[in-house]
Design a protein around this ligand. Structure first.
Ligand SMILES: Cc1cc2nc3c(=O)[nH]c(=O)nc-3n(C[C@H](O)[C@H](O)[C@H](O)COP(=O)(O)OP(=O)(O)OC[C@H]3O[C@@H](n4cnc5c(N)ncnc54)[C@H](O)[C@@H]3O)c2cc1C
Length: 353
């Protein structure tokens, strides 16, 4: 279907932040386009645990998560933080536990449920902004499409995840000032003696800059680590897998997937960036990520708030969308920061700062 040339709002990125922003703007009667550079359903590196807050927001705005999004074990009981091979502390995910989902299916379901027009294989290349609106320059590369397109809108919501080209253009200083981390994980066919109904975190600094993690999805044992950008993750990962083999009976078969992504320390330092003028940022693009890398809840929450701010600015409010969003998101910023302080206390060292 050909794209319209003008929308009330364009959302860049079809992750949870983008889907949530789109959902509330559509509900408010705005014309909304979501563009996503990858083909949907797209892979996203993630443990796919939907914590209590994520589940509450998902149910309220999108409904019950469909069965096809789930993997085995269907429910994860909580986070088990290990201090050594014997001592651990449990953080249960509430009474019902957390759905264990594949992000490709969950995210596609969310964005389709938003009711917005969704265009995958459509990359935001650049944009310009003035007092009246935003002009987007996109590479629209799906089959039978025409290549470059220009789209106009009154508001832009950047929900591109951590590597946000919108943030980089609007605030290049922040890009340089932030510290960057690499998260890396392997998916193997295999088994271990660790309880598959728990997500396991290992705080020993030999296993990573932040921590080493282990979880199970369908037939895969998944474990990963993190290091500073430009550093070497392989020594951490080797040490971690040796430890899991020796103490927790890890047995590895076929390596099914390796994946990695970058993250910044905006979340732990409180350097959130909510946008400029008519461009609002939500989710990881704005720096929202909770301790030990939980980010779906804050992506949903800030996406909803950004969408509400745009909807209100367009109707009865005298205020601009960014001002409304700044007010609405203050609690989310406070809680994110507090979660990283707790992470540092638990680890007994500064984490991500
Ligand atoms: C190893 C790991 C494990 C994790 N486990 C969990 C977990 O169990 N639970 C949890 O809550 N969180 C987890 N997280 C964090 C969570 O994955 C993220 O915080 C969350 O996905 C952020 O959502 P988002 O909508 O902000 O961005 P994303 O989900 O990253 O979505 C951004 C989208 O924007 C698209 N995009 C980017 N640039 C452009 C462009 N220029 N044009 C068009 N599209 C573009 C991308 O392709 C992508 O689809 C984990 C993260 C990692 C790295």
């Amino acid at each position: 279907m050909p794209l319209k040339r003008e929308y009330d709002a364009v959302v860049v990125g079809a992750g949870p932040a983008g889907a949530a922003a789109a959902r509330v703007m559509v509900e408010a009667g705005l014309s909304v386009l979501v563009i996503e550079r990858k083909k949907l359903p797209r892979y996203k590196i993630c443990s796919g645990l939907i914590n209590e807050k994520s589940l509450r927001l998902t149910k309220k705005y999108f409904g019950d998560i469909p069965e096809e999004c789930y993997c085995r074990p269907r429910i994860i009981k909580g986070v088990r933080l290990w201090y050594d091979t014997k001592r651990s502390r449990d953080w249960p995910f509430g009474e019902k536990g957390a759905p264990n989902v594949w992000r490709a299916q969950y995210d596609e379901w969310l964005v389709r449920r938003s009711g917005a027009e969704v265009r995958d294989l459509c990359l935001l290349s650049d944009f310009t902004m003035d007092g009246d609106g935003v002009k987007l320059y996109c590479k629209d590369s799906g089959e039978g499409r025409g290549g470059f397109v220009e789209i106009g809108c009154k508001h832009l919501v950047g929900a591109e995840g951590c590597l946000s080209s919108i943030r980089a253009k609007l605030n290049p200083e922040l890009e340089k000032r932030s510290r960057w981390f690499l998260a890396y994980q392997n998916y193997y066919e295999g088994s271990s003696e660790l309880d598959p109904e728990w997500y396991h975190g290992f705080l020993d600094p030999r296993f990573g800059e932040i921590y080493g993690w282990f979880n199970v999805k369908d037939d895969y044992v998944i474990f990963g680590t993190s290091c500073k950008k430009g550093g070497r993750f392989a020594p951490y990962l080797e040490e971690f897998s040796r430890f899991l083999k020796e103490h927790f009976g890890l047995r590895l078969g076929r390596l099914a997937r390796k994946s990695s992504c970058l993250g910044t320390n905006m979340c732990a330092t409180g350097n959130f960036y909510l946008g400029k003028d008519r461009a609002l940022l939500a989710g990881e693009a704005a720096g929202f990520l909770n301790m030990f890398g939980e980010g779906i809840s804050s992506a949903l929450a800030t996406g909803l708030l950004a969408g509400q701010a745009v909807a209100r600015a367009g109707s009865k409010s005298e205020k601009e969308a960014l001002e409304i969003y700044t007010e609405l998101s203050s609690r989310e910023r406070r809680e994110t920061l507090a979660s990283w302080r707790l992470a540092s206390r638990l680890a007994g060292r500064s984490v991500m700062v």
